[in-house]
Design a protein around this ligand. Structure first.
Ligand SMILES: [Zn+2]
Length: 245
């Protein structure tokens, strides 16, 4: 694989890495770019790099399966597993680390009859805990007081899912969604409430099948004005009554 390694961001004089992941990691360290499981590193991973990284991750997952003493030569169900895992990590369950932010075209909301009320959007979430790589599934309620621009309704969910498709902690995910929605809308008044089930509590550990984790992040009026906060949680209750989950 060494010859086909692309070195987009790499100063070849400084790093003599034998694979692309090592080279990209060295560049991020040099730039002091954080690359935790919940961080987006799309500035460092170009679209063409992904193919090579999937190839490298396939080799690495083959090593893990071998160490687990799973026969990937004769077990038909395990033959393509290393590649499936590699593709799944890059293209699905951790796609939000490698893909740039979804583009959220903003529309002006500054005419005389502009919308000034609260907007509450419910977004389905699928994520993965960064401690155990177990699935996290739930919903985020995103509340916002409309500012001078508005984004399309589906964009709230796209942004939330982009933040969720990484290795996350629910507390951090709540903060990440609030920050990215503020960035996309310029609104300073945001509330994000997430309730989710964690595979690391249901599939292992305490095996608690009904466990639900709730987190809330409030900014601006959602934090300082009790009326706004109450309206947000009343809206959430109304949504849950309308379509329980
Ligand atoms: Zn966990």
């Amino acid at each position: 694989m060494t010859e086909s390694v692309s070195l987009n961001n790499i100063d070849e004089g400084d790093y003599q890495e034998s694979n692309l992941a090592d080279a990209i990691r060295a560049t991020m360290k040099r730039d002091k770019k954080r690359f935790w499981a919940g961080d987006n590193i799309s500035d460092y991973v170009k679209e063409n790099d992904k193919k090579i990284l999937i190839e490298e991750a396939t080799r690495a997952f083959e090593g893990v399966l071998d160490t687990l003493l799973i026969d990937r030569e004769t077990d038909p169900n395990s033959q393509g597993t290393a590649r499936r895992l590699a593709k799944m990590y890059f293209n699905e369950i951790m796609a939000g680390r490698y893909d740039p932010a979804p583009d959220a075209t903003a529309f002006p909301n500054d005419s005389e009859d502009r919308y000034e009320g609260m907007l509450v959007v419910r977004s389905e979430l699928r994520s993965m805990c960064s401690h155990h790589h177990q699935p996290v599934s739930g919903v985020a309620y995103i509340g916002i007081i409309a500012a001078a621009k508005l984004i399309g309704l589906s964009k709230y969910t796209r942004i939330a899912q982009w933040c969720a498709r990484r290795g996350t902690l629910q507390e951090e995910l709540c903060n990440d969604i609030a920050r990215e929605i503020m960035r996309a809308t310029d609104s300073e008044n945001i509330g994000v409430y997430i309730q989710a089930e964690h595979g690391c509590c249901t599939n292992r550990g305490i095996m608690a099948h009904s466990s639900l984790t709730q987190t809330t992040v409030l900014r601006g009026a959602f934090l300082t004005d009790p009326g706004t906060k109450k309206e947000f949680f009343d809206n959430i209750k109304l949504q849950q009554e309308f379509a329980p989950r």
